[in-house]
Design a binder for this molecule. Sequence first.
Ligand SMILES: *[C@@H]1O[C@H](CO)[C@@H](O)[C@H](O)[C@H]1NC(C)=O
Ligand SMILES: *[C@@H]1O[C@H](CO)[C@@H](O)[C@H](O)[C@H]1NC(C)=O
Length: 812
Amino acid sequence: MPWMSLKATSALLLTAITLLGSLDSAQGLTAQDVQLNVAAGKALNDSLLWGTYRPNLYFGTRPRIPSSLSTGIMWFSGDDLQGFQNIRHTCEQGDNLHGYGYFKHDGRSFAFQKMKDPYTDIELTTEFIKVPGGRYGGEWGVRIKGKPLSEGTNPVTNLVFYVGLEGDGGIDIVSKLKNDGLKSPVKLEGDSPELGDFAIQFAEGAANTAPRSGLQKDLTKTFYWGFQAPEDEIWKTKDFFLQKVYDSARERSSMMTPEEAMSNLPSLFVLPNEISESENEVANLYFLQKVFQGAFEVDIVFNSDSSAEHLKPQDMNAKLETATTKFDQKFERTFHLSEKGFKSPEEIEFGQFLLSNLLGGIGYFYGPAIVDRSHDPFEDEEYFANRPLNAQLTEPHALYTATPSRPFFPRGFYWDEGFHQQVIGKWDNDLSLEIIKSWVSLIDDNGWVAREQILGAEARSKVPQEFQTQFPHYANPPTLLLAVQKFIDRLEQHTSVHMQMSDEPVQNRMKVSALDDPESLPNLHLENPALATQWLNTVYPKLRLNWEWFRKTQKGHKPSNGNGEVYRWRGRSENHTLTSGFDDYPRAEPPSTSELHIDLISWMGFSTRLMKSIAGHLGEEYAADVQEYDSVLQDILGNIDALHWSENDQAYCDLLLQGDGVDYVCHKGYLSLFPMILGLLPTDSPKLDAILDMMRDENELWTPYGLRSLSAADAKFNTGENYWRGPIWMNVNYLALQSLYNNYMHVPGPYQEKAQQIYKDLRNNIIQNVFAEYKRTGFVWEQYSAFDGQGKRSHPFTGWTSTVLLMMAEEY
Ligand SMILES: *[C@@H]1O[C@H](CO)[C@@H](O)[C@H](O)[C@H]1NC(C)=O
Ligand SMILES: *[C@@H]1O[C@H](CO)[C@@H](O)[C@H](O)[C@H]1NC(C)=O
């Protein structure tokens, strides 16, 4: 029913499509294909329009469109004066929650979150459900429950819900406004060009209780305030709210003794029940505040006028139950953890937690970035090293992306994203393609994409100023191609399964795929070859530009004993190579333009091989590209083998050109693994044997918790910032495991058994430790100690640490 309108839309689009059809016939698409593409694009957009797309908030929604409707919650304790100052809104490590995150999240229509806040003495859950329908992406509801965290307590909790609208349109409270507050349920109505007419309801559960009132206030009421927030500042909701409540409280308490104030806390810090609109102002930001004693429950429901049937608070139980069952079933079908021996409820919960937080960290970001474009990107930095900086705001950009960590890194990172998509693509292929496409759209006409995407003032508020500017000659590992590779793998697997199952031509079978079934949306591009080809054709030109940009801007000086395919990261400084992703991993000191970097040449080998595979997939037209990739790849592999291997160290190393010769710069650790972990090393290479030995050696990389980033035998081990000088990171451990599994342990060769044993032990060690730390702390972490395995630095960090789920599932 809800998807009927989609078909109507696609019929309307037919005229435009017929025109497009002639263009696309160059890519071998029929008019019917094109029609399907447009309809599928619309279906995908609708299904991904709403989500919990504000990962930096404990709970907040915003549709995936620029300037629009933002909603969110905040809470604080009503039991002491400091409670108000410790209000919870954006995820902050300093809040010291005892674990929080999504325990279930399907990325599109269902999310279940739990948060334990010892300071407020409350455990909060948020249960989000979305219902498709209408022309504006459907409707959604969230149930928020609180209950005392400790036994036998009866805490007072303030819960604040807010709604803000940016851009065109308007929004009002339509419930009867009274000086002493509003009666539940409270209703707001609004409209905007992108969302049409909509209504929002805030309804409290029948069993809620309010504290005994003081100051003649009826605390069973909903307190409110509305005003016009300045353009583009709605994200500063918390500051607006705190200022207002503080001013009102000060006014009231000026008439009280401190003792009176203390005994009236719950009614002191409430909103003044007013809409502040001076002349020519129209309120666009509304707060609703409730004060509860003990356990409580509220439902917030967003209804779209264009939906035929409306979601009601009383429907939510049944819908949440169905969604939970479906999620659990799809989770087991996709990752089959119990088949892999993870049978306890705790282990399944852990696996679901890894997936769900990655999906719950997906966000839509929009706004200008800061870039210094004062230099020609193809000019080498050695020629402009000392010229002044010239950082400028760019045009606004949009990015739909997952994020490494909700509190600490709530924005897009290029090299993290390739890892995120390993997990997301396995769960929801089309969601992953949408994110990859969004990143690809940010590759500029020179082929550059900024490694860190800090779009808009809200995102910028989380980044120290010295790290805000991006430079168009700075690179970052091209992991996004890992994600594209995964799509191609899935595509090939999918096609061959279908071929085996039926005699019908694949082409025809897949056309049948129904756009009106929300459950088929995650696989449209797998089910339909025309869509897949179109998608690859869309991203390929930008990916190629990016590949060419790498070859032009990150080239190293040609050594006398090798060919020209050698590489050097730009953007080095003393003790740092931020662009490589391995910030403080030891390299040549002082930094020199004569360096050649082993990780970068390996990334280039990997990306070249992959570009070859994509171009091959796209057909004859790209035969010349294929040939070019092939010849570059041979040169790269030749240089890795001939130049970067140090016989003395029995390791791959960075190089430093010295006149006609080269010096090895050897710091054994993650860098030495690169040719192996990116699958560039033949199975019978004795170098593979040496790498495996280094991995397994407890004096070098091996720990009971995973591979350490720098060898314990290296002089720089565990020194300085100690970021990539010892601690264990999941991204490289994942690369190591997947490469052993895909390239070495199932392929006959002299080191096959060794590879199998290392794989088995490494996988066990990692899973056991990350799981144990999760149980101990309630979090998964950015990195793990090489000494005792304890989680370190940012948490929750459910970006690439989520690849542990793939290790459990052995889905590489
Ligand atoms: C889907 O949404 C994107 C981003 O808002 C937009 O650019 C695109 O045109 C939409 N596609 C369709 C088919 O509606
Ligand atoms: C680089 O590391 C060395 C040795 O730890 C230290 O003495 C020096 O101050 C560091 N340089 C910078 C710029 O941090």
